[in-house]
Design a binder for this molecule. Structure first.
Ligand SMILES: NC(=O)c1ccc[n+]([C@@H]2O[C@H](COP(=O)([O-])OP(=O)(O)OC[C@H]3O[C@@H](n4cnc5c(N)ncnc54)[C@H](OP(=O)(O)O)[C@@H]3O)[C@@H](O)[C@H]2O)c1
Length: 511
């Protein structure tokens, strides 16, 4: 049940005719409304260039949207939500047109008594991320005494360090940091938030969470699909920018940050920023040693032929954009000194999965070595599954019943699905609700976004400038370039190759 009351408000969605608004935002807003999280005095105002009326907007994004699950919803709930949807067509690139937004906001505010509160959600292409705030400010829509005005910015936040800095500077001309909510939808995932609870609410884990007990940390994000129809966009981005710089680095921050002094937004965001500051920079000259990049190639997966990346629509035949990246890095602070972190992400891998795997050190002396042929790797592992089959798995050695001391790795597992009485909210529901409450804990701070760009920038530069750094082809459906398999301890320890099911290793996803 909601603990903080949501104040009346108008949620203004720029780019309301787009894919994200229709597929994610409106369904999330409707779910919140249906679950009675939203106040009576609540209105959505969609803004885009498409010449829609209020009715056309309601039909397209709500009543006849394929993304809305309305079958079991009582008619009065549908009608009452539909009555709260409004639309204003403007040329979003033209400052003068924002007068229409102002007029519409004023009239909706009067009609629905929304107390002057407004959230501006920028769900547009990034070219508009600096213009819209400037144009809103031109009509004094950025601040209203006695009310709140907030700005939500979708990803990507910049394309490199310089553009992220420039965007922060531009936004802060018109909005204070406290008004700016930078979305990273990974932070809205329950399982990412649960990383903090796993660490800081359990006496059993926290004492082990440091260089004395942890051998290394892996973060794997795998997608089964290729770039599909998004080749044009993806080719300007690549795996490092699209996934690692933002989502995976936020996961790293949750795994590695120091305990915050309280669960407040400021405390958590401060600790995350400190963590990003402690990342050991990878110099351009070291990039070949610490990173592996790859591109998926044509292959047959479960009897079907799939295209290679360079054959995808709108991808140049000589593209050097990576669809796979693996990075080894270190965190230079007291807790993590000397502990390697490994993060990898890729498309056309064997399955869709995101997880963190903490591998603990072996015991100082192994009593059971004589039974070598029956001795499985004794490194205990804690696997924190972010998606799918969300949960935790602890792997440790057990004696095989019978003579001698034969050791076998077994697992203890917890699955979120077992908590069936709890409805796990969609990431966008949680993030929208938090913004309405004024809680920025799960949004990225401007400084941490810049630090994270600072970390990946030399990698991007080296890949661009040094033609000797290879880009490896890997067969679609494999775990990326073979050379990445040897990043951890060649011949001794490699990545945990996860399966869709938490408790299985990759063998259950074999192609
Ligand atoms: N889609 C996703 O799943 C997803 C996930 C994460 C982040 N994002 C980010 O969220 C933002 C919105 O995503 P989206 O997929 O909804 O984007 P989109 O469909 O490409 O664009 C959203 C809307 O912006 C308007 N627009 C497009 N180009 C424009 C231009 N040059 N100038 C002014 N307006 C323009 C269009 O509406 P009008 O033509 O009606 O103005 C369009 O419907 C993007 O920045 C994207 O990176 C999307």
């Amino acid at each position: 049940m909601l603990q903080v009351k949501i104040e009346p408000l108008i949620l203004v969605i720029f780019g309301a005719s787009g894919d994200l608004a229709k597929r994610k935002l409106l369904p999330a807003i409707f779910d919140l409304y249906h679950q009675e999280y939203l106040p009576e005095n609540f209105v959505v105002l969609g803004v885009s260039r498409t010449r829609w009326t209020d009715e056309q907007f309601r039909d397209d994004v709500f009543f006849h949207s394929e993304f809305m699950k309305l079958d079991e919803v009582p008619d009065e709930v549908k009608t009452s939500f539909g009555d709260r949807l409004f639309y204003q067509a403007i040329d979003t690139n033209s400052m003068e047109d924002y007068r229409m937004v102002k007029d519409r906001l004023d009239s909706l505010d009067t009609q629905f008594q929304t107390a002057g509160n407004a959230i501006f959600y920028l769900s547009t292409p990034p070219v508009l991320y600096d213009k819209i705030p400037e144009y809103l400010a031109h009509f004094d829509l950025n601040r209203k005494p006695g009310s709140y005005r907030r700005l939500v910015i979708e990803k990507p936040f910049g394309n490199d360090l310089a553009s992220a800095k420039a965007l922060n500077i531009s936004l802060k001309k018109h909005f204070d940091e406290e008004q700016i909510y930078r979305i990273d939808h990974y932070l809205g995932k329950e399982t990412v938030q649960n990383l903090l609870v796993t660490r800081f609410a359990n006496g059993v884990f926290e004492p082990l969470w440091n260089r004395n007990y942890i051998h290394h940390v892996e973060i794997t994000n795998a997608e089964e699909i290729g770039v599909g129809l998004r080749g044009g966009y993806y080719d300007t981005s690549g795996a490092l920018r699209d996934m690692l710089q933002n989502h995976l680095m936020q996961v790293v921050a949750h795994v590695a940050m120091e305990p915050p002094i309280s669960p407040s937004a400021t405390s958590i965001r401060n600790e995350k920023t400190k963590l990003f500051e402690s990342l050991r920079p990878i110099a351009e000259t070291e990039v070949a040693k610490y990173t592996v990049r790859g591109q998926y190639m044509a292959s047959r997966i479960r009897g079907e032929t799939v295209k290679g990346y360079r054959e995808e629509e709108r991808v140049p035949a000589d593209s050097k954009t990576e669809t796979f990246v693996a990075v080894k890095f270190f965190i230079d602070n007291w807790r993590w000194s000397g502990v390697p972190f490994y993060a990898r992400t890729g498309k056309r891998l064997p399955t869709r999965v995101t997880e963190v795997c903490i591998t603990f050190n072996q015991p100082p002396h192994t009593l059971f070595r004589r039974q070598q042929e029956m001795f499985e790797s004794a490194n205990n592992q804690l696997v924190i599954r972010i998606q799918p089959d969300e949960g935790l798995l602890l792997r440790f050695g057990m004696k095989v019943p019978g003579e001698g001391f034969h050791v076998k790795n077994v697992g203890m597992d917890f699955h979120y699905s077992d908590l069936s009485e709890n409805n796990v909210p969609e990431a966008y529901e949680r993030l929208l609700l938090d913004c309405m409450k004024g809680d920025a804990t799960l949004y990225a701070h401007g400084d941490s976004v810049e630090y994270s760009w600072e970390f990946v920038e030399p990698i991007l530069d080296a890949w661009k400038n040094d033609a000797t750094i290879p880009i490896y082809g890997y067969p679609s459906g494999s775990w990326g370039p073979e050379v990445a398999d040897n990043m951890i301890e060649p011949g001794v320890l490699s990545w945990r190759n996860p399966c869709r099911r938490l408790t299985e290793d990759t063998t259950c996803c074999e192609l």
